[in-house]
Design a protein around this ligand. Structure first.
Ligand SMILES: [Zn+2]
Length: 245
């Protein structure tokens, strides 16, 4: 399995970093996990062809995880993609289609079939992929219920299994509690090092993970903990670098 992290930045834009996006090639499939701003440029820099992607999976609807998706879809359309594209969304698939229409990117004009599914069903299409709900958006409960909004607070973490080992992308999480089962025995985990308490991230070393890649600009507390007591299995995720399992 090849894992290339295309964006490691957080919700606050930075001069040097793209927003969240990871390209995974495993067992003859190519998956894009999240599509933050900068993804189309990275796609071109890697010389990917318009038909290379098998599926795009969006973990949740924060702008730094989906902000690049509309331009990516437009690029695939203009570059004359032909293969069907599976797009897995965390919630509200019909509203997403309405946004595409609002942006004058009409799926019926595409030369490829855009097949939109709930991310919860990803294993039915790609049995090596597991998507599991996490706790990242639960803090919005009050504002959503007060205003009777349609937001479903669905945010996912994603695991991809392969014969050589498993890869997990936590995406954004509030605590590591909701990914404990998902990361168990995984070879490589890309973990949100900005939101969960630093002590919880350090505890990931108890789950037999070979490599923990820290993304989303680690908190000052985590940086200090790792400086005082370096762990060989913990690394800072670097954009563009190819990680193998
Ligand atoms: Zn988020």
């Amino acid at each position: 399995m090849n894992i290339r992290i295309l964006g490691t930045g957080s919700g606050m834009p930075s001069k040097a970093l793209n927003c969240s996006s990871i390209l995974v090639q495993s067992q003859n499939k190519t998956y894009l996990l999240d599509a933050g701003e900068g993804i189309s440029k990275m796609f071109l820099q890697l010389d990917l062809a318009p038909d290379d992607l098998d599926a795009i999976m969006i973990s949740h609807y924060h702008p730094d995880h989906i902000g690049g998706l509309f331009l990516l879809i437009q690029m695939l359309y203009l570059a004359k993609r032909e293969q069907p594209l599976h797009l897995f969304l965390p919630e509200r698939e019909q509203d997403f289609l309405a946004i595409l229409t609002m942006f004058y990117t009409f799926p019926e004009k595409f030369g490829f079939q855009l097949q939109i599914h709930p991310l919860s069903q990803v294993s039915e299409f790609f049995p090596d992929v597991i998507a599991q709900i996490n706790d990242h958006l639960h803090g919005y409960r009050e504002i959503i219920s007060k205003n009777a909004l349609k937001n479903e607070m669905k945010a996912y973490s994603i695991r991809i299994n392969s014969p050589k080992g498993a890869f997990v992308y936590s995406s954004d999480i509030s605590t590591t509690d909701s990914i404990r089962e998902l990361v168990d025995g995984a070879h490589t985990v890309v973990v949100d090092a900005g939101h969960p308490p630093a002590e919880q991230i350090i505890q990931l070393e108890d789950f037999g993970i070979r490599r923990v890649l820290l993304t989303h600009e680690p908190s000052p507390e985590l940086r200090q903990l790792l400086q005082e007591n370096p762990r060989p299995s913990f690394e800072h995720a670097i954009e563009g670098v190819l990680y193998n399992i």
